[in-house]
Design a protein around this ligand. Sequence first.
Ligand code: IPM
Ligand code: MN
Length: 384
Amino acid sequence: MKLKVTVLPGDGIGPEVTAQAVRVLETVAGISGYSFEFTEHVVGGAAIREFGSPLPRPTLDACLASDAVLLGAVGSPEYDQLPPHQRPEAGLLLLRRALGGYANLRPAISYSAIAACSPLRTEVGRGTDILIVRELLGGLYFGEPRGFSGSDATASAFNTMRYSVEEIERVAKVAFEAARKRRSKVTSVDKANVLETSQLWRQTVTRIGANYPDVLLEHLYVDACAMHLITSPRRFDVVLTENLFGDILSDEAAVITGSLGMLGSGTIGGEVGFYEPVHGSAPDIAGQGIANPFGAIASAAMMLRHSAKLRAGSVRYRTGHRTCARSRLSHTRHRTRHWRLCCQHLGDRRTGFGSSYRDRRYAARVPCGVKLCTLYLDLCTLSP
Ligand code: IPM
Ligand code: MN
């Protein structure tokens, strides 16, 4: 089997994290008989610099002609002053729309090895395992009309939040199907006490939910959801929500797990699967080799499951030495020497992975102080 993958490193830490994810995929190819054909293209700020556009034609054509797209991150402070449609982020949004995937899956899992990195007390965050299903092609991100009017003191700006029944139904089905394979609960998040779009959302999700009597459906307002996520994250299984709420809540869910750098995402429903870490381009730490590549690796693992159709493809982290992990492993944005070693080892010590092939695990040895701490990523069962 062969998977054509377009790799879009993008901006900031994007190139360094996607490089590690590609190495993991190459390792998997070596052991499963699966092969990957990688082609790299520019997007975002890097594309503006080279082509004057955040999504140049060759990039778009390559993505449309591939089985899956793996993106690093987009965004660059040098373009902060540009209007929205010329910014690096516009390239990402155009690409999402062109690829057609409407259900963005963002798993937020608290791994015991790094649970202590969470700002939450360990007993609050421990055991968190949430799948956020974020609607990705509608709402304020794409609604028309949008724009600015007037100028100076009379200036105003406007955006449109719009959802059709069809857009809500299709993403709701993804959430209910996913819940069936998990703990059979869907929390649908809206702002139905204020917004018409949310009222339609709630009605539609309730109607779809009736086809899934085995799945428990609850509705929460987004403000209450934000509070419950922090106070009792274990009450959530699948969280289904619209585009902007999903963007915000997924960053919040990520920090519960210890680091925004841990979360990967996969977008399904379109012709071409789209995989990207949840974190941004983090320009302040770009190029130093200290960015956390696990979100990108987790995204690659989701690609194995959803596009390569390899069973499992999940990423689990566990460490031989809990104490080391606790103090070192998820300090994405902390310039510790240990993270740097961690990233290098993920990329360079492929010899260290040999013995774990048989266990179907990808392992990286991370020196932490005087101990050697092993991180295992259970990538896939290697069977189609
Ligand atoms: C995300 C990002 C993007 C979004 C930005 C970069 C446009 O924050 O994937 O969560 O808002 O969707
Ligand atoms: Mn975001």
